[in-house]
Design a protein around this ligand. Structure first.
Ligand SMILES: C[S@@+](CC[C@H](N)C(=O)[O-])C[C@H]1O[C@@H](n2cnc3c(N)ncnc32)[C@H](O)[C@@H]1O
Length: 397
């Protein structure tokens, strides 16, 4: 029981990372660079955001006039519904308002609306936010919050990490434009990859290559061993997370084709490819070749290629078509896929792994035994080695 509570608290804590203003600015600027009027006359909804701690609320409130917004709606989640609520203190913004109610502050969600220059100081900004308690706790899944989603043109936030699948389904079912932060791993979710494949959603403009730093809601005791990589700058604790943006808002970077080298030049000039015994080999179970590094995609190959998921950082839909993925139920859609019912995992000493032999999954495999890779044997004694998860792509000619 204690363990269960601990893991619940840990999960809730991971749901509580706050996004830095600079990360929001960079991403939104990429949309604005592509279309300076992208938000003009539009309603933006931030459904996990309170002005006390959300830089999403701050960004859109402070840029209201500049972006030409019609309306900003934010809702926040009640402290009592959040297992990670130890640090909750009502803000001055709340306690100094005439509608402050100590019986509701912990149990009710809040609604914040910005539409007009309420204080008549000549500009619309955070000082003009109007707010009230919601009837319920502000759960984005509640019937009370849904109409705000339906009213909005854009849904933009960093949602709770543990509810990401549900959150994205909630956004896409409403057919809205959105930009949300999620784990890189979410690319491979069976609910998400097909949307990426069909170009209905894509990754944001911020690069994959560096993890994002989020603001920790609590001070971290230097004597505690943190369970997440942390960095303290000027007394603020940042938590590192391999997070990226998922969006269906256009930005320029995804329309920039990359000038790749052909296979011969890659083999000549790219030592990592020359020394990689799997590079450009045909998979045994997919009708495609292995490309272990996105940079080494051979420009003269017309067939299907298996590339790391970080390829999406360079994906230009005018240059490539995504045809599938090597796991998570996207496997069966792939043309000419072999089934591996007879293959069992082997230990390095040649014994079968597990009592009856662990069956192969959908990972791409290459004929032969490759050092450091899991390998499998079929009934006829043929050996294959499994590689990392791959996305399958081909050039659009
Ligand atoms: C990862 S944090 C990000 C907060 C803020 N959007 C930001 O980027 O700084 C996710 C937030 O969602 C809230 N939350 C958790 N479960 C929720 C739910 N079911 N409905 C709405 N908000 C929720 C958490 O309290 C937390 O503040």
């Amino acid at each position: 029981m204690a363990n269960r509570n601990l893991s619940k608290a840990k999960k809730a804590k991971n749901d509580e990372f706050y996004t830095q203003l600079n990360d929001i600015l960079k991403e939104m600027n990429a949309y604005l660079e592509y279309n300076p009027d992208v938000f003009r006359g539009k309603t933006v909804f931030c459904p996990c955001d309170d002005p006390e701690w959300s830089n999403f609320t701050r960004y859109f409130a402070q840029s209201f006039d500049l972006l030409g917004l019609k309306k900003l709606i934010c809702t926040s989640f009640a402290a009592d519904s959040n297992p990670y609520n130890d640090y909750y203190q009502p803000s001055l913004f709340e306690t100094e308002s005439p509608q402050y109610d100590p019986t509701k502050t912990r149990s009710k969600g809040k609604l914040f609306i910005l539409t007009q220059d309420k204080n008549k100081d000549g500009k619309i900004d955070i000082d003009d936010l109007e707010w009230e308690y919601l009837q319920g706790d502000g759960d984005f899944r509640s019937e009370e919050v849904k109409p705000f989603r339906d009213e909005a043109d854009f849904i933009i936030t960093n949602p709770p990490f543990s509810l990401f699948r549900e959150f994205l389904a909630w956004v896409t079912e409403a057919n809205k434009q959105f930009s949300v932060i999620g784990s890189k791993n979410a690319i491979t979710y069976k609910e998400i990859f097909p949307l990426i494949k069909d170009n209905r959603i894509w990754t944001g403009s911020s690069s994959f290559n560096t993890d994002m730093l989020f603001i920790s809601p609590e001070p971290i005791n230097p004597n505690d061993k943190p369970d997440t990589a942390t960095r303290t700058v000027d007394g603020v604790v940042y938590l590192r997370s391999p997070a990226i943006w998922f969006t269906n808002i256009e930005h320029g970077r995804r329309h920039e084709p990359i000038p790749f080298m052909d296979m011969r030049k890659n083999l000549k000039y790219n030592r990592k490819i020359r020394e990689n015994e799997t590079a450009y080999k045909k998979y045994d179970n997919y009708n495609a070749i292995e490309v272990p590094i996105t940079k080494a995609i051979p420009s003269d190959y017309d067939g299907v290629m298996g590339v790391p998921i970080s390829f999406l950082d360079k994906y230009c839909p005018e240059q490539f078509e995504i045809v599938g993925m090597a796991q998570r139920e996207c496997h069966n859609e792939f043309p000419d896929t072999k089934k591996y019912d007879g293959y069992v995992q082997m230990k390095s000493n040649g014994e079968v792994e597990g009592s009856n032999g662990k069956k192969i999954d959908e990972a791409p495999v290459i004929e032969g035994k490759i050092e450091g890779k899991t390998y499998y044997q079929n009934e006829q004694g043929r050996i294959v080695s499994s590689l990392y998860m791959r996305i399958f792509i081909r050039f659009k000619r």
